[in-house]
Design a protein around this ligand. Sequence first.
Ligand SMILES: NC(=O)c1ccc[n+]([C@@H]2O[C@H](COP(=O)([O-])OP(=O)(O)OC[C@H]3O[C@@H](n4cnc5c(N)ncnc54)[C@H](OP(=O)(O)O)[C@@H]3O)[C@@H](O)[C@H]2O)c1
Length: 216
Amino acid sequence: MTTNQTVAVVGLGNIGQAVGTNLSKSDRIFIAADRNVEKAATLAEQWGVNAKASDIASAVKNAGIIILSIPFEAVAGFIKDHENDLEGKIIIDPSNPIAPDENGGFKKIIDANNSAGQINAASLPNGAKLVKALGTLGAASLIKAAYQAPEKAVLFYANDDTSVDSEVEDLIRDNGFQAVRVGGIDQSIRIEVFGDLHEFGALGKTVNLAEAKTKI
Ligand SMILES: NC(=O)c1ccc[n+]([C@@H]2O[C@H](COP(=O)([O-])OP(=O)(O)OC[C@H]3O[C@@H](n4cnc5c(N)ncnc54)[C@H](OP(=O)(O)O)[C@@H]3O)[C@@H](O)[C@H]2O)c1
């Protein structure tokens, strides 16, 4: 259990805005942070009273659970810049290690057998816990499939420290999805782009719990 359950969404691009939109439909109070503080304020106002706009440094200090919705290439530098304030915290990592290719598609920018989850987990400060989550769907599906009824769609996650599972599953629930753990961080590759459990991999779509159980 962490002592601080406050969530900060850091980086309000496609994924950060999808997560903020989803969280704003729950009763969770959360911090919305971006290096453009005016943008954070505008979005927080749209999201309602539960969203509190912040600069990034204050958000990292004040939150116990940090959704790092920034590009994969920026994650290592971010962790280094904020290492003291990230100690002991839960870091939710949706990143995909991809870049545009020459054919208008995307290519992986790390070794084929490696994952962003494993790389990012290896650079964490003391006691910080990385959870690979919130990146298994494209941003459009992350909004469109949220709060689906009668059966919620699944969001997969992977992590090594299972003591934080309940916090992670609550966060996924407050995004309007059913959480399904696939295993340790070494399973991240399965839920990143091109992985067998990713919307832009072999899975190819959103799934409900019964379908998810047949896949993992
Ligand atoms: N888009 C998708 O469908 C999708 C799906 C699954 C996972 N993901 C993953 O989610 C992450 C975010 O993707 P996205 O599509 O939301 O990207 P995006 O729209 O480009 O937004 C990225 C956000 O991160 C901020 N940022 C960049 N470098 C930063 C730094 N060094 N420090 C602080 N903030 C920084 C950007 O701020 P500025 O505007 O100031 O540059 C922007 O607010 C990526 O790792 C991506 O692989 C994306």
